[in-house]
Design a protein around this ligand. Structure first.
Ligand code: FE
Ligand code: FE
Length: 278
């Protein structure tokens, strides 16, 4: 079972990797200095996220058969993901969500975007369903076509069975030029799962922020542009606008969850019914 500490370790690594004030200019050098736990995480993630795995998990979870829960209730459920090894260093999941959404709110963004910040990581409940970490978090990437060398730790893909499938190893693989990301299978994780849960309740911009927030090779590195369609090009700036709130709102003081709860209960009620299918 994944612990909160492990999940934070990955978030911290990504935050440091894309920190504009980072000393090491070379991503490869930076990645090599990653903590052993982060390297091991990506070794497993890259070896096991095959096209078939991603499609199977989508089939399993996109039907939303895990039961009904309200948004706040899901936050509290996600918060049961605790770090047994080091209980007081890291913020709880709900605090990360509130820091993200409070930073968005402070900057005067629309209510749907505050809502998006508040729920963007709820797909991590996959951990509580028993999914291993490598199938929940980490940078996401297209499966069924050649892996970009802009993906973190690209050498680890040598252990992925898709490496032996020649039709997956070309630039376009199973896709058509400009087919649009909607038609591309990404590695499975919390982004894709939550997208399926909330897509009927939030505007397109929010759907993109949720579905692609871990797709760093695309939104931070400019890879896979040949898969984009006009809608993706129109939505990319929104995904980029969201990213710093996710990565860099962490250092602020821990938000007072009890004090802020009424505001968020009202916000949730504006967009969602009391319970939704998960
Ligand atoms: Fe996330
Ligand atoms: Fe996040």
């Amino acid at each position: 079972m994944a612990t909160q500490g492990n999940l934070d370790q990955w978030d911290d690594f990504v935050g440091a990797r894309y920190n504009p004030n980072r000393k090491t200019e070379d991503f490869r050098k930076f990645d090599e200095s990653a903590p052993a736990g982060v390297r091991e995480f990506y070794r497993e993630n890259h070896a096991r996220q095959t096209r078939e795995f991603a499609r199977e998990k989508r089939r399993q979870y996109a039907v939303l058969g895990k039961g009904e829960m309200g948004i706040w209730e899901t936050c509290e459920y996600l918060n049961t993901l605790v770090d047994e090894s080091d209980p007081d260093t890291d913020l709880s999941q709900i605090q990360h969500l509130m820091q993200t959404s409070e930073a968005i709110r402070r900057d005067g963004h629309p209510r749907w975007m505050i809502m998006t910040g508040f729920l963007h990581d709820l797909g991590k409940v996959l951990c509580l369903y028993g999914e291993p970490q490598w199938a929940v978090v980490g940078d996401t990437f297209p499966v069924g076509c050649a892996w970009s060398d802009k993906i973190v730790f690209p050498d680890f893909f040598d252990a992925n069975p898709d490496r032996q499938v020649p039709s997956y190893q070309t630039r376009l693989g199973v896709y058509a030029e400009g087919c649009g990301l909607t038609n591309v299978d990404l590695s499975w994780g919390h982004d894709e799962y939550l997208y399926h849960v909330v897509k009927d309740y939030l505007p397109l911009e929010a759907q993109y922020m949720i579905r692609y927030h871990s797709f760093y090779p695309w939104h931070r590195e400019g890879a896979y542009q040949y898969l984009m369609d006009d809608q993706d090009r129109a939505m990319l700036p929104w995904v980029c606008k969201f990213n710093p709130y996710d990565l860099y709102s962490k250092s602020a003081a821990a938000p007072d969850v009890a004090e802020l709860r009424p505001y968020y209960e009202e916000l949730i009620a504006e967009f969602f019914p009391a319970r939704i299918a998960w």
